[in-house]
Design a binder for this molecule. Structure first.
Ligand SMILES: [Zn+2]
Length: 384
């Protein structure tokens, strides 16, 4: 299992909005109960889910962009490369209303505001960029949101996003500065600290210059319906990857649009948006449990390929996170007031902490803090 955040995730804030270092308490979220899969059970026997779409899987294997597909009447998917990299393509979804309206879910990456791939894809289904009437975004990372501003300029369509993502974009500078102060307390060796600060601290850029205020014209809250005539697409708030990540549930069509919350092969990482008051690890576990009602749905993720049985996939990811928590507990048992870096050195991150630098290292260290906090043992960490 891939265990680190994907390379396409933007350098982004993590940890909490208030205070330096880990918070002492994590607010309870009683609304959701997570199941209790045992890590070894699931991690040991569950493989990656099979693709629903053979052409998407074949394209992924070949390093090619998958073709436009109509996955339900009036619902299509197409792929937009990220930073020109085909393997990291974003899967874009297009949903037609019965009055000629046209929604785009996650328009994907756009470096300089060009929409060439999206334009070509829409042309293949007989539509144009100017026809778009809604831009619905699962989360703020540039491989999902990056083309939204340009698409809004061309079409006049509103951008719809969760308010936590808007807040994160508005407070990106302050979050980055707080991240930098936090990262300096983690005990990172001097020769690797600059690399961490460059991507995790004040050098961090959430939007890569492609976002424009107002970041959203419509704010999406949990349970909201998307304004697409004749369709029933509901917002499911799934914080964890970022604080305002949402999925979209199309119950009549049996489709679940999952953004980066759940991908078929990649573990997309946690706490990669703006700083939040809650522990992103706890949030992600709750958000994985929130997918239990959708076992029969076809999953439309933001990357890789469509698949089924999202519940098994969600349990596998939860089990993987449980395993990490146990490794952190073991390190805290074995060490006397260790630094974050010392604890992380005992966690079997892919490739090991010694091989990491920059963004991957910063993400691994922040995750370590989340796990210690989940255990209620953050006060055992020695902040430098
Ligand atoms: Zn993504």
């Amino acid at each position: 299992m891939v265990s680190m955040p994907p390379v396409y995730a933007l350098p982004a804030a993590t940890a909490w909005r208030h205070g330096v270092g880990p918070p002492r308490t994590v607010p309870d979220r009683p609304a959701r109960r997570r199941p209790a899969p045992r890590c070894a059970h699931y991690a040991g026997r569950v493989s990656n889910p099979s693709p629903v779409s053979p052409v998407q899987a074949a394209a992924l294997a070949a390093g090619a962009l998958p073709p436009v597909e109509e996955i339900r009447p009036g619902v299509w998917t197409l792929a937009v490369p990220f930073r020109g990299g085909v393997p990291d393509a974003t899967l874009v979804y297009v949903v037609a209303g019965d009055d000629g309206s046209l929604a785009v879910i996650d328009p994907g990456w756009s470096d300089g505001g060009e929409l060439d791939v999206l334009t070509t894809g829409l042309r293949q289904i007989g539509r144009a960029v100017e026809d778009v009437t809604l831009i619905a975004v699962t989360h703020l990372h540039a491989d999902h949101l990056g083309a939204a501003a340009a698409l809004r300029r061309r079409s006049g369509a509103p951008i719809a996003m969760h308010p936590a993502e808007v807040h994160a974009l508005e407070h990106a500078r302050a979050d980055a500065e707080q991240n930098e102060r936090d990262a300096r307390t983690w005990g990172v060796p001097d020769d690797r600290l600059d690399g961490v600060l460059a991507v995790w601290g004040s050098g961090r850029q959430l939007g890569q210059g492609t976002v424009e205020a107002p970041f959203a014209d419509l704010e999406l809250e949990d349970g909201d319906g998307l304004p697409i005539a004749g369709r029933d697409l509901r917002v499911l708030w799934t914080p964890g990857h970022t604080g305002g990540h949402v999925c979209f549930v199309d119950e009549p069509d049996g489709l679940l649009f999952t953004g980066d919350h759940v991908l078929p092969r990649i573990n997309s990482g946690i706490g990669l948006g703006g700083r939040t008051d809650s522990n992103p690890l706890r949030d992600s576990l709750d958000s994985l449990a929130a997918l239990e009602p959708f076992a029969a749905f076809e999953v439309c993720p933001g990357h890789e390929y469509r698949f089924r049985d999202v519940v098994s996939r969600a349990r596998t990811l939860a089990a993987h996170r449980d395993e990490r928590t146990r490794h952190v507990a073991g390190a805290l048992d074995a060490l006397d007031h260790p630094t974050v870096f010392e604890v992380a050195s005992r966690v079997p991150f892919s490739g090991g902490i010694e091989s990491m630098s920059g963004y991957l290292l910063a993400s691994a260290l922040s995750q370590t803090v989340f796990h210690a906090d989940l255990l209620g043992r953050a006060d055992e960490l020695r902040l430098a």
